[in-house]
Design a protein around this ligand. Structure first.
Ligand SMILES: *Cc1c(COP(=O)(O)O)cnc(C)c1O
Length: 356
């Protein structure tokens, strides 16, 4: 309420002091030179891809299992999209899967830190740079994830984040930002987010849009940013409980242990997803599927057909359990006992089968 009245009383609701302060505070937290607020995570991707694409190139290479945001952004930016498979371990792209799908026309690789998992991309970024390819990190699910080498979003040329309300750093509406330590890329994005203006009403950059983070969102994000690490820690605790409760059962809960993982989603894999989800629902546990359809199978994207094995198999198996910091201990216990009862059913089923 205090942040809200501060904005109302200031009389300044777009591109004012809250926005400026938030950009500085988030950049300090991440250890990057620049943070630039925009209107959503998808806009952040679009502007990052536009700014990063080397002249003469027109294709973006990315994962097909990350919800289609990068594809939407790349198509809006006027580029083509092709896809790389993901590691069966992390469900994220890695150097091997990217290199297997690389083509001459690729100018930008977008790496999604899916489910909140910062994988080690330093080798991948170096390899791309040697080939004249720029790299964008989609940190919409991974804000605050870090390794000894830095925060998610600071390893590549540009990082992008989303402040959609259910993300780890959520606003009370839409919002997003770009992270970069390149003065040139920051300058381009600063123009692109406001019509391509160099100064007011003078357009010198092509491809500009209107994409701004408003003062109310910025003021709320400033309230929440100091709590981000503890909110992320709470998410990791939730996932750790699920991993333990699901042990030896039909569900593999992907671990989220350590600062490199901010547990945006409690992602699970199981061979019999429909049945398992029904059982969990009957025990009062809501689940969802992030994401059911690979991008290149979405009719609306009209993509070139490929067949990426791990992407396709895991799209049939993946689902998620409730995971957000405000879950109560009682609610977490309820999910855990549902998981344990699934494990017990499987074990007795296996025992019976061994007897016959
Ligand atoms: C949510 C999300 C986005 C898009 O963010 P919006 O703010 O909703 O536009 C992009 N990439 C990933 C991986 C996301 O989860």
């Amino acid at each position: 309420m205090h942040a809200f009245s501060r904005v109302l009383n200031s009389g300044h609701v777009v591109m004012g002091s809250e926005h400026k302060a938030f950009e500085v505070e988030l950049a300090e937290y991440l250890g990057s030179e620049w943070v630039l607020g925009v209107a959503s995570g998808t806009d952040a991707l679009e502007l990052a891809i536009k700014a990063a694409m080397p002249r003469g190139k027109h294709t973006v290479l990315t994962a097909a299992n990350a919800g289609g945001y990068t594809t939407t952004a790349a198509l809006r930016a006027g580029f083509r999209v092709c896809y790389a498979d993901v590691s069966a371990e992390s469900l994220c792209v890695d150097e091997e899967t990217i290199l297997a799908s690389l083509r001459d026309d690729v100018g930008v690789v977008v790496i999604t830190h899916l489910y909140g998992n910062l994988t080690d991309i330093r080798g991948l970024v170096a390899t791309c740079h040697n080939l004249g390819i720029r790299v964008v990190e989609d940190c919409a699910q991974a804000i605050g994830a870090r390794s000894e080498f830095g925060f998610a979003g600071t390893f590549a040329d540009i990082g992008t984040v989303s402040f959609y309300p259910t993300k780890n750093l959520g606003a009370i509406g839409d919002g997003g930002a770009i992270i970069t330590s390149s003065d040139a890329l920051a300058a381009t994005v600063r123009q692109l987010r406001q019509y391509g203006w160099e100064t007011k009403y003078y357009v010198t950059a092509g491809g500009g849009v209107n994409s701004r983070l408003d003062e109310v969102q910025a003021s709320f994000l400033r309230v929440r940013l100091p709590n981000l690490d503890s909110l992320n820690e709470r998410r990791r605790i939730v996932v750790a409980r699920y991993v333990e409760a699901a042990a030896n059962g039909p569900i593999r809960v992907l671990p989220a242990d350590g600062p490199h993982h901010v547990a945006h989603i409690a992602a699970c894999l199981t061979a019999d997803r429909a049945e398992i989800r029904k059982d969990l629902a009957s025990m009062g546990v809501q689940t969802d599927v992030y994401f059911p359809v690979p991008d290149y199978c979405q009719p609306g994207f009209n993509a070139e057909k490929v067949n990426l094995e791990v992407t396709e198999i895991t799209a049939q198996q993946v689902f998620s359990l409730p995971c957000f910091p405000e879950l109560s201990d009682v609610e977490i216990d309820q999910v855990c006992s549902a998981l344990r009862s699934l494990s017990a059913q499987t074990t007795s089923f296996q025992k019976n089968r061994n007897l016959t």
